[in-house]
Design a protein around this ligand. Structure first.
Ligand code: EPU
Length: 448
């Protein structure tokens, strides 16, 4: 298995261009199941999760081709569903990626029936799918569980029916649940109103693509989405929004190394809470474009003072501070002057990075869904274990700032969400290499 060996202490300097969003690309790819015309996406990132989704969609009758994007950044992917006879998303694929649940609504809406293996637990929490099912039931679907599969059938006549749907759960709205129900409702008979819809930028991106395909969706990006169902959807070409979590991660990488980084194609307005907190703790963020229009792709300079202040953060649904940047922010706050408090409201168990950061000298006390971070003068390199995507990113950030050598094991988690991260960090002056963990010393104590 691959590992990163990081020799810390180099301030990052240079430029990085943000890739297309992983969490937008996945439901955007799935939208190809809603039509038998080609759907072309530009700027799809080259990630393990995208490859898994590609495999799943191919099994479901979608032909997929890829080339370099005309716009320069990322790849161009054309998806063309030519065979709608398969209705089963098998456990073999679903277990590799929970976002596979996104095919349920589109397959049900278009094929009248769908069978999707029930996603199991996940290292960051329970992650139930009850809200997805509640939403599809409200549209008239009959849903049962058979041999570990969710089996969903459209009402007699084969078409879902518009309805008023409430998608709020104990931790707020659901992102992929909103995408699932919105996509299914695009082909339903009549009007659907989703209340307590997720407001994430990825939902706006999916609605933009569906509208380009002929759907009639209004209100995406607000808690109330109104969908007038149409009988057919056509093809479209669409550019994927930049990845706000990747952008936030590189901002924090610049800050933790006290470097100076220019971030191109940065969706700064999708990072409003993140930028507010970063500025509050002493990170300098300057966008080249100060227009009042929504800035989806702008150039941003990020640098940090030697001393950072502590803060208190609670993760929230968009536009609040995202759970997907909680681990990286914790790494940064480990090196602030004083006590910070981080509360995780979306996935209260998402703290696999805590014991690993502690191995590097971080002072962390966890109580339930809250961690108190007492800033330390330095982190010290150590062998640490990546356990999920964002936890891995936080360990890489900690390694970049630490004294000595850090080995981050199991970076396949990182490859699910960050394209060629080590190459991009090296281009900004980091000393980091990808190695086979067989070549790491087994006694494994880091430090110089
Ligand atoms: N929830 C329910 N019932 C449901 C669905 C969700 O109770 O039916 C709860 C979850 O347990 C959680 C909260 O609602 O407490 C929000 O979950 P959500 O459904 O919004 O998560 P998701 O759509 O499955 C996406 C991202 C995650 C990101 C979350 C929250 C994708 C592919 N995944 O997941 O991304 O953390 O939204 O913003 O879009 C990541 O990229 O590292 C990642 C985990």
């Amino acid at each position: 298995m691959d590992a990163f060996v990081i020799h810390g202490g180099q301030p990052l300097r240079g430029k990085v261009r943000i890739n297309g969003s992983k969490n937008a690309s996945l439901p955007l790819m799935v939208a190809a199941l809603l039509t038998n015309k080609p759907v072309t996406l530009e700027g799809v990132p080259a990630l393990a999760d995208i490859a898994n989704m590609r495999r799943l969609l191919q099994e479901l009758g979608c032909e997929i081709s890829e080339s370099a994007a005309a716009t320069g950044a990322g790849r161009r992917m054309t998806l063309h569903t030519h065979d709608e006879s398969t209705r089963h998303a098998r456990y073999d694929i679903v277990r590799t990626m929970r976002a596979s649940i996104s095919v349920l609504g589109p397959m049900l809406a278009r094929r009248g029936e769908a069978r999707v293996s029930m996603p199991g637990g996940c290292s960051i929490g329970d992650r139930p799918v009850d809200l997805h099912l509640r939403g599809l039931r409200a549209l008239g679907a009959h849903i049962s569980l058979e041999a570990g599969d969710i089996v969903a059938k459209a009402p007699p006549g084969g078409r879902l029916e518009g309805a008023r749907v409430f998608l709020g759960g104990p931790a707020g709205p659901t992102v992929l649940g909103t995408a699932n129900v919105m996509s299914a409702a695009a082909l339903a008979k009549g009007t659907t109103i989703i209340e307590s819809a997720a407001c994430e930028p990825e939902i706006v991106d999916v609605a933009d693509l569906l509208n380009a395909m002929g759907a009639q969706i209004q209100g995406a990006g607000t808690p109330r989405i109104v969908i007038e169902g149409v009988a057919e959807l056509g093809g479209a070409t669409h550019r994927v929004i930049p990845d706000r979590i990747e952008a936030g991660t590189y901002m924090m990488a610049a800050a933790i190394t006290r470097g100076r980084v220019t971030i191109e194609d940065c969706p700064i307005d999708d990072l409003i809470a993140v930028c507010d907190y970063l500025k509050e703790i002493g990170v300098h963020i300057r966008a080249t474009d100060d227009s009042m229009q929504r800035r989806v792709r702008t150039t941003v300079d990020v640098s940090a003072s030697d001393r950072l202040h502590p803060t208190q953060i609670t993760t929230q649904p968009h536009p609040g501070f995202p759970t997907d940047l909680q681990a990286q922010m914790m790494a940064l706050l480990c090196l602030a002057d004083g006590n910070s408090v981080i509360t995780e409201r979306i996935y209260p168990q998402r703290f696999l990075h805590v014991p690993e950061l502690s191995r590097m000298g971080a002072q962390l006390i966890r109580q339930g869904s809250t961690v108190v971070v007492t800033g330390v003068r330095e982190l010290v390199g150590a062998p640490v274990m990546a356990s999920d995507l964002r936890a891995s990113a936080s360990l890489v950030l900690a390694g970049l700032a630490a004294r000595g050598t850090t080995a981050v094991l199991r970076v396949y988690h990182l490859d699910r969400g960050y394209e060629r991260m080590e190459e991009r960090l090296i281009a900004m002056g980091a000393r980091i290499e990808r190695v086979d963990d067989k070549h790491l010393p087994t006694n494994g104590q880091g430090g110089e």
